[in-house]
Design a protein around this ligand. Structure first.
Ligand SMILES: *[C@@H]1O[C@H](CO)[C@@H](O)[C@H](O)[C@H]1NC(C)=O
Ligand SMILES: *[C@@H]1O[C@H](CO)[C@@H](O)[C@H](O)[C@H]1NC(C)=O
Ligand SMILES: *[C@@H]1O[C@H](CO)[C@@H](O)[C@H](O)[C@H]1NC(C)=O
Ligand SMILES: *[C@@H]1O[C@H](CO)[C@@H](O)[C@H](O)[C@H]1NC(C)=O
Ligand SMILES: *[C@@H]1O[C@H](CO)[C@@H](O)[C@H](O)[C@H]1NC(C)=O
Length: 650
């Protein structure tokens, strides 16, 4: 207090004697001295992070600018795309196998879709589900529907049986278009489908084939492809939809547990996600390689959006192939490529080849490039920039690593934290509930302290709004109240992150993906990463299993060994070196292959249910870790009994 009065008095004296200019200079010097003396650390952090923050701020302003102007026009995606088409009608929009689809051709196709769907009664508010493989037609199908004001659920094509039925019914589809590959999957559930549901079968045919098969298939299912081929494009009009804030797509989040939930993607959110990435490193002359499925936000919004909103050329693939990743990039002259974490590991596991560097890819973007392989990946494949981003499909907490700091998924500004209100809050690790202070507000995690990532909700700002799921109850579960101030609300991501002193954020875990063993918390993703690193980047999935009469859960690892080359004793030795004793998997399950969800997240719940019981696990070999020998030994029914009785100690 006295010091402050002293400073003010000194500044006033200087002003009286020397005038205004000198006063400002002296004040700045004093302020500088004050900061350096009393907030040395803060100065250091501010200087180190200012370029990063200013760059990101600039990107953020550009995003707000674009979304603001589209919001004023109140356009929907087909209208925005129309403007892109006007700019470059004959530029390639999608490359797929040997097909080239220009912007004009994609729009024409979507206008045919509009004409056909309109004839079949689709109108504003109709729900037209797509169970369609990756192809240039896929985005054109939903664009055509959106022009009529319809919403399009993009159904995960791996879904069968109950899950498929659930996806169709939870979205309340009026019409469903499915690729002919899924005819038998549809037949399996046909008796349980709503008889009102109109079905159309779609077959992928390259653009210029005109041999429309006139014969009807006879089972009441319309042949959409033939209809499209014989129907002239609808005349172009602005979409008859709910404007920029209106619903565009439903995208299902692929949980590793439970049935899929349909998240709402509005036009504004679509643009925001595409725009967020675009501003990081891309420009409209980029050719983007996207081997991801188009029914998820990553492929279907972030990458496809580069074409629809910004006029980039996007290369689509029907299936990801590790050995084809960079050869494809070279073939299509891609300058940017999309990844998700597991893909990088598969690509890295391919044998080195001269083709590794013979491509023009300047930037790769995506999520989940693990810190353990980041540097190796960019060095081996000669990648200049990595844009790692993080964003939940259904949420509003979106961040990106804008400066390529290895391993970081984004950052929190230390200088202007208020500009983009996201935070890491402390939670109870067992229940996942936020820990609150005396006044009931959430507590924020300090640097290096793990916590759950949240994003403040404010509607009408496309970067901050939360649209949730189609299912209202599921939406409310992801909202936490009284976070920054009383009465506010935030989207709670469920992902545990850690911020370092400079504000860089690192992914730690998913809530629920830790288990307790010998009184320690074991993070499954950490153990998975360690195992995969010592075992030649094999697929490994770690989960906790209950052992009778034992506290907590014992770690179990399902690991893939398709050709019998996995050396278990070497694995035990390497893990003993890299992991603390409590984190080493107690049980191993060696599998010929692994069931994956569409995003290569491994399905843990089924494995967890079967546990280490040899009578439940029939096709795979089981092992347990013998502590004294430090070796994995086979686990048959005899050993299983002994473990239950406690005569084999774990
Ligand atoms: C279709 O035919 C037109 C005109 O013959 C041609 O310009 C275009 O490249 C063809 N498109 C594809 C995908 O082969
Ligand atoms: C249409 O007819 C042709 C020949 O008559 C046949 O080969 C083809 O399978 C039929 N297509 C359908 C969809 O039934
Ligand atoms: C955009 O258009 C929709 C439907 O025509 C309308 O309901 C909405 O109020 C409009 N929004 C703005 C901001 O003009
Ligand atoms: C735009 O993209 C092209 C193609 O990748 C690249 O050569 C060029 O340097 C980029 N321009 C800017 C300003 O980044
Ligand atoms: C593990 O998590 C629990 C629950 O949050 C916590 O109380 C405990 O301190 C943690 N233990 C260790 C060793 O970190």
């Amino acid at each position: 207090m006295i010091a402050a009065v002293g400073v003010v008095a000194a500044v006033y004296a200087v002003w009286l004697y020397f005038g205004l200019l000198q006063t400002i200079v002296v004040s700045l010097i004093l302020a500088g001295i004050y900061l350096i003396l009393f907030h040395t650390r803060w100065c250091y952090v501010a200087i180190k992070t200012a370029p990063r923050d200013l760059r990101a701020l600039w990107c953020y302003i550009k995003i707000l600018w674009i979304t603001r102007s589209l919001s004023r026009k109140n356009w929907t995606l087909p209208d925005i795309f129309h403007e892109t088409v006007q700019r470059n009608p004959n530029k390639p929009c999608f490359l797929f196998q040997d097909e080239v689809w220009t912007f004009k051709e994609v729009e024409d196709y979507s206008l045919r879709v509009t004409a056909v769907l309109k004839k079949h009664g689709v109108k504003k508010g109709s729900i037209v589900g797509l169970l369609v493989n990756n192809s240039p037609q896929m985005p054109a199908l939903w664009l055509g529907n959106a022009r009529l004001g319809g919403v399009t659920p993009l159904i995960n094509t791996n879904q069968r049986g109950n899950a498929l039925l659930h996806s169709i019914s939870v979205a309340k589809c009026d019409v469903l278009i499915f690729s002919d590959e899924y005819q038998s999957a549809m037949q399996d559930i046909s008796s349980q489908l709503d008889p009102e549901l109109k079905l159309f079968k779609f077959s992928h045919r390259p653009l210029n084939t005109t041999k429309a098969e006139k014969n009807a298939s006879g089972d009441g299912i319309g042949d959409l492809t033939s209809l499209l081929e014989i129907t002239p494009p609808a005349p172009w009009t602005l979409a008859d939809a709910d404007g920029f804030q209106g619903k565009l797509l439903y995208i299902y989040t692929s949980g590793t547990t439970g049935l899929p939930k349909a998240a709402v993607i509005s036009n504004s959110r679509f643009v925001f996600m595409a725009c967020g990435l675009h501003n990081m490193r891309l420009n409209s002359s980029d050719i983007v390689y996207c081997p991801l499925p188009l029914y998820h936000t990553a492929g279907g919004v972030v990458s496809v959006g580069q074409a629809l909103v910004f006029g980039c050329t996007v290369v689509l693939k029907s299936k990801f192939s590790a050995s084809q990743y960079f050869p494809d990039c070279a073939k299509y002259k891609a300058t940017a490529a999309h990844y998700i974490g597991e893909m990088c590991r598969y690509v890295l596991a391919t044998p080195p080849s001269p083709a590794d560097k013979l491509h023009n890819v300047r930037v790769i973007y995506g999520n989940g490039l693990r810190p353990q392989i980041w540097t190796e990946f960019v060095t081996r494949f000669n990648i200049k920039y990595v844009t790692e981003f993080y964003g939940a499909t259904e949420g509003n907490a979106n961040i990106a690593n804008t400066d390529g700091t290895p391993g970081a998924i984004g950052f929190l500004s230390r200088i202007f934290p208020k500009v983009y209100p996201i935070a890491i809050i402390k939670v109870d690790e067992e229940t996942g509930e936020p820990i609150r202070d005396a006044s009931g507000l959430c507590q924020f995690a300090q640097a290096d302290e793990p916590g759950v990532f949240v994003g403040k909700i404010s509607n009408n700002n496309p970067t901050r709004e939360y649209l949730g799921y189609v299912d209202k109850a599921a939406s409310d579960k992801k909202v936490v109240r009284d976070v920054f101030t009383h009465g506010d609300a935030a989207f709670i991501s469920g992902d545990i992150l850690v911020a370092d002193e400079l504000g860089y954020l690192y992914f730690r875990d998913r809530t629920g993906d830790t288990f307790r063993w010998r009184g320690e918390n074991v993070s499954t993703s950490e153990v998975e990463a360690a195992i995969s690193t010592v075992a030649d980047h094999r697929d490994a999935v770690v989960y906790g299993v209950m052992v009778p009469n034992t506290e907590g859960r014992a770690g179990m690892c399902g690991i893939v060994d398709c050709d019998g080359t996995l050396d278990l004793q070497l694995l035990a030795r390497d893990l003993a070196r890299d992991l603390p004793p409590y984190a080493r998997p107690v049980f191993l399950r060696v599998m010929a292959s692994m069931d994956m969800t569409g995003t290569f997240k491994m399905k843990k719940t089924d494995l967890q249910k079967e546990g280490f019981n040899p009578s439940l696990v029939k096709d795979d070999k089981l092992y347990y870790l013998d502590l004294k020998q430090g070796k994995y030994l086979p686990l048959g029914s005899e050993e299983y009994e002994k473990i239950l009785k406690g005569t084999i100690r774990l």
